[in-house]
Design a protein around this ligand. Structure first.
Ligand SMILES: [Zn+2]
Length: 261
C-alpha cells in the first residue's frame, strides 16, 4: 500500500525521513497545489503534498482538491493520510490535542466535489467517511510511541477563509461536532471516489469562537501547529511502516461497486 500524506509544508522534515525527488504531475483538473515530495522512511516510500502550496499561498476554498487527489493516484498512492489544523468545538479538547477523525459534517459550498460530473455518475456510500483500518494502525502507533490521541471525532468543514462566529460554533456543538476546519471536504469524498483509503488526523490549534476570551489569531494557530510538530512526527513515523505494509481488507478499494444507476 503506497502512502500519501497531505498537510502542512513542514511535515516532511521528520527524523529519519529522506525526501528525495519532486514529482510534477499534470491532471485533467488542472495543477495540484505543488510538486509531490517523494520521501523514504526506512524501507517504505511516502508521497507528501503541501495542501496550501509552497509557499503557503492557496486558501482553503481555492485548493484544487480534485487535482491533488487525482495526482496522488497518478503516483500509485492507494491510501492518503490528511493532516489539518482545527479549532476545538468540544470544550474537553485543548490546543495541541490530536484527534483521529471518524465523521464529517460538510458545510462547504462552491467547491468541485466529485470526479463524476456526468455522463458517468456515481453516488458513493459515505456512511463511514474515513478508512477504519488506517485508524486502527494510527491508534496503535499512538499507543506504541506514547503519543496521546483521541480516536473518533466529528469534523465540521466550513468554507472559510473567515473564521466562525460564536453562534455558528454553538450550532456545530449541537451537531455533535468536536472540531472545525476548512479543508476536510471534498478531500475525503474525492479519495473515496477513486477508491483510495483516506484517514485524517486533526491537530487542535485553538479553541473555536466563543470558547475562549479574546480574538482568534493566525499566530496562535501557527504556534500551536509548531508545538505539535514533534509529537506529530513521532506518531507519523511510527505509523508509516505499518500503513505501507498492511494487507488491505477494508472496503475502500471497491467504493464504486453498486454506486451507479
Ligand atoms: Zn481503507
Amino acid at each position: 500500500m503506497k502512502l500519501g500524506v497531505v498537510g502542512g509544508s513542514g511535515l516532511y522534515e521528520m527524523e529519519g525521513l529522506e525526501v528525495g525527488k519532486l514529482e510534477r504531475v499534470s491532471t485533467p483538473y488542472g495543477p495540484p497545489s505543488a510538486d509531490y515530495r517523494v520521501g523514504r522512511y526506512q524501507d517504505v516510500e511516502v508521497v507528501f503534498l503541501p495542501r496550501h502550496g509552497v509557499p503557503h499561498s492557496i486558501p482553503p476554498h481555492r485548493v484544487n482538491y480534485r487535482a491533488n487527489i487525482f495526482g496522488f493516484r497518478e503516483l500509485g498512492v492507494t491510501q492518503i493520510l490528511s493532516i489539518s489544523a482545527t479549532g476545538a468545538v468540544n470544550p474537553d479538547l485543548k490546543p495541541g490535542a490530536l484527534v483521529l477523525l471518524d465523521q464529517i459534517v460538510d458545510l462547504t459550498s462552491g467547491r468541485e466535489t466529485t470526479f463524476f460530473d456526468g455522463p458517468r455518475i456515481h453516488h458513493v456510500d459515505f456512511t463511514v467517511p474515513y478508512c477504519s483500518e488506517m485508524q486502527d494502525i494510527i491508534e496503535m502507533a499512538g499507543k506504541e510511541t506514547g503519543v496521546p490521541l483521541q480516536r473518533g471525532g466529528t469534523y465540521v468543514c466550513t468554507n472559510g477563509p473567515r473564521l466562525e462566529t460564536a453562534a455558528e460554533i454553538r450550532l456545530y456543538s449541537g451537531f455533535g461536532a468536536d472540531v472545525v476546519g476548512m479543508t476536510g471536504m471534498p478531500e475525503a469524498v474525492l479519495a473515496r471516489e477513486l477508491e483510495i483509503c483516506f484517514g485524517a488526523l486533526s491537530v487542535v490549534t485553538n479553541m473555536a469562537a466563543g470558547l475562549t476570551v479574546g480574538r482568534l489569531t493566525t499566530r496562535e494557530v501557527v504556534g500551536s501547529m509548531r508545538d505539535a510538530h514533534k509529537k506529530l512526527s513521532v506518531l507519523l513515523t511510527g505509523s508509516f511502516r505499518s500503513l505501507c505494509l498492511r494487507p488491505r481488507s477494508c472496503d475502500c478499494g471497491s467504493a464504486l461497486r453498486d454506486s451507479s444507476l
